[in-house]
Design a protein around this ligand. Structure first.
Ligand SMILES: Nc1ncnc2c1ncn2[C@@H]1O[C@H](COP(=O)(O)OP(=O)(O)OP(=O)(O)O)[C@@H](O)[C@H]1O
Length: 314
């Protein structure tokens, strides 16, 4: 495996007042991937990003980025990191292009009008380059934030809740932009509350809660390991009990016997095979069901289950 772009070991942050926002975080990010960090409010996502981007001073652990110890080579490392923070922050009266140029300069990069044009065009902002930022819609303002974060050509880009509060259409548009960045080789770490976003975009997903990483894996592997199939068979004539011939399956009755529910499988397709066999067995035995609905669990179900499980066992 090529050297990771970011390697975080035993990271801790206790704020003044005693809140332990990070409690021994280990995380390795591969070059070129899109990594989604999921977690509820207050889980520690922003603190983690802040620790890598220099807004938060960790109280323990190490951060190695691009092979360099962040504590020792801070300036050099920061030069290659871009951050799109949650909060919109810029001079609302300034022009779009001036703000983007300014950001590039802040990182000590030589002026490069061609690159600024490229960035603005890639985010469909070129036509708005001379507009004052306050004249732009909320979604356009977010794009300007991305343009600013990209102006110095970072290798590693953090997007903290990139689509919070934007409408569905714009969200999809942002996803396309993020995908285009990946195509160009930028490594992206995004935090999100939208599981759909992680499901759509990410190569790998990490779940953080109470300052601890609960799980990190390939998105597909998580689905395969923790995914479940759920099937509902409905009957006009309620069943008194689960048929004996189906006792080997994870079945139970709901709605006074009018609904036979299956929950099982492991994301490898076993659930679907079970459902097919259950349906086949009932048909063979003359048990007539009038409806059947099946659904595979989403990353959201997995996330909720995982958090609940940890609450219970914590
Ligand atoms: N400057 C600060 N001083 C004291 N406590 C803080 C500070 N910043 C964050 N915290 C606390 O640290 C914990 C983690 O907060 P953090 O903002 O990192 O979570 P988050 O996962 O980004 O949440 P959200 O999804 O709501 O943005 C929370 O309990 C928060 O109240």
């Amino acid at each position: 495996m090529s050297e990771p772009i970011l390697d975080i070991r035993g990271l801790e942050k206790t704020y003044k007042g005693g809140v332990k926002a990070l409690d021994g975080v280990d995380l390795t990010i591969k070059r070129g991937e899109i990594f989604a960090l999921l977690g509820p409010n207050g889980a520690g996502k922003t603190t983690l990003i802040g620790s890598v981007c220099g807004m938060v001073r960790p109280t323990g652990g190490t951060i190695t980025a691009f092979g360099m110890d962040l504590a020792k080579h801070w300036k050099q490392v920061r030069r290659d990191i871009g951050l799109v923070p949650q909060e919109l922050s810029f001079d609302m009266f300034d022009k779009v292009i001036r703000q983007v140029r300014y950001s590039r300069g802040m990182f000590g990069c030589a002026p490069d009008e061609k690159r600024i044009e490229e960035v603005l065009r890639s985010l469909s902002l070129w036509d708005k380059r001379d507009a004052a930022i306050r004249e732009l819609s909320g979604g356009m303002k977010r794009r300007v934030m991305i343009a600013k974060a990209l102006a110095h050509d970072p290798q590693l880009l953090f997007l903290d809740e990139p689509t919070a509060g934007v409408d569905v259409e714009l969200r999809r548009d942002m996803w396309r932009q993020i995908d285009a960045l990946r195509e160009r080789g930028t490594t992206i770490i995004l935090t999100t509350h939208y599981i759909e976003e992680a499901e759509e975009m990410a190569d790998r997903v990490g779940v953080i809660n109470k300052g601890r990483i609960l799980l990190v894996d390939e998105k597909d592997a998580i689905m395969a390991k923790l995914g479940r199939t759920e099937a509902h068979f409905t009957f006009d004539k309620p069943l008194a009990e689960v048929p004996a011939s189906l006792s080997g399956f994870a079945l139970h009755l709901e709605q006074g016997g009018a609904c036979l529910v299956y929950r099982g499988g492991d994301g490898t397709g076993q659930g679907k095979r079970d459902v097919a066999e259950i349906a086949h067995t009932m048909t063979r035995e003359g048990l007539v069901f009038t409806g059947m609905e099946t659904r595979e669990s989403t990353l959201e179900d997995i996330f909720v289950d995982l958090l609940n499980e940890r609450e219970v066992t914590a």
